[in-house]
Design a protein around this ligand. Structure first.
Ligand SMILES: C[S@@+](CC[C@H](N)C(=O)[O-])C[C@H]1O[C@@H](n2cnc3c(N)ncnc32)[C@H](O)[C@@H]1O
Length: 245
């Protein structure tokens, strides 16, 4: 079973996520074990300090190394095997069966469906949620992957981690009704295209009609319409997806 640890200084932000989502159902079904780790428990001194002023000046506070190394090591990560280069650490984790350690980071690589699929095949993932002005750069050596959820800056990594965890957990066997078929034709999936437009009852709403082919019952024709519609939509909205790498 996939084990996911999420380390955060605001663990209460995951309350709704753990109680009210597909992820909550997946936990109940035994598809995933989700453990929220309060970074503050590894904080230093009487006030359980997890942040401090940056060397060289600058606005805000940075997250300190001590609490992060202690918390991530408590999750079963042997930090000595990680490197400053997240790509090397990624490779090391694949050969040594170390957990994948995902740092949420606007400076990281943009997270994609491919990454969700790859992580869904892992046994253990640790998510690191930053806060304040971010991490002391040495904390990066813990990470096997640094992922951004888009070119914008949020206050903390909790929503980024929740988004990634949701996209991973829904791919686990038995989580979505309909199994693999439920995700087969989805955007960014096997076809590499956006999903074709979809319709439900009624067949006509305020003058807008469902394409006739979808009401025909002819499955071959429907499949071919869906492929053409998906390609057309992708060309219109995300032409970058049609370019060969
Ligand atoms: C205020 S941000 C720090 C931004 C940092 N000073 C910079 O300019 O790159 C605090 C934390 O929120 C998380 N975060 C913010 N935006 C994110 C994004 N687009 N993707 C992933 N994590 C993000 C990261 O964990 C980050 O360390």
């Amino acid at each position: 079973m996939l084990q996911i640890d999420i380390v955060s200084v605001q663990p209460q932000m995951f309350r709704g996520f753990l109680e009210e989502s597909i992820v909550a159902r997946a936990v109940k079904k035994g598809a995933v074990r989700l453990n929220i780790v309060d970074l503050r428990e590894f904080g230093e001194g009487r006030w359980r300090k997890v942040d401090d002023k940056p060397y060289g000046g600058g606005p805000g506070m940075l997250m300190k190394c001590g609490p992060w190394f202690a918390a991530v090591e408590k999750c079963g990560v042997r930090s000595a095997e990680c490197g400053v280069d997240a790509d090397a650490a990624h490779q090391a984790s694949r050969t040594t069966r170390q957990p994948r350690v995902v740092m949420t980071d606007p400076k990281g690589r943009k997270f994609s469906q491919k990454d969700a699929e790859e992580l869904a095949g892992e046994e253990h993932i640790v998510f690191m949620c930053g806060h304040y002005e971010g991490f002391d750069a040495r904390i990066e050596t813990l990470a096997t992957d640094r992922f951004s959820v888009g070119d914008f800056v949020m206050t903390g990594g909790e929503l980024a981690a929740a988004a990634m965890v949701d996209s991973i957990v829904r791919l686990l066997p038995g989580v979505l009704g309909g199994g693999a078929a439920a995700t087969a034709s989805e955007s960014f999936g096997r076809t590499g295209l956006l999903e074709a437009p979809q319709y439900t009852h009624p067949p006509e709403f305020r003058g807008m009609k469902v394409p006739e082919v979808l009401l025909s019952g002819d499955h071959a024709k429907i499949e071919s319409w869906k492929r053409a519609a998906a390609t057309e939509l992708t060309a219109k909205r995300r032409p970058d997806l049609l370019k060969k790498p």
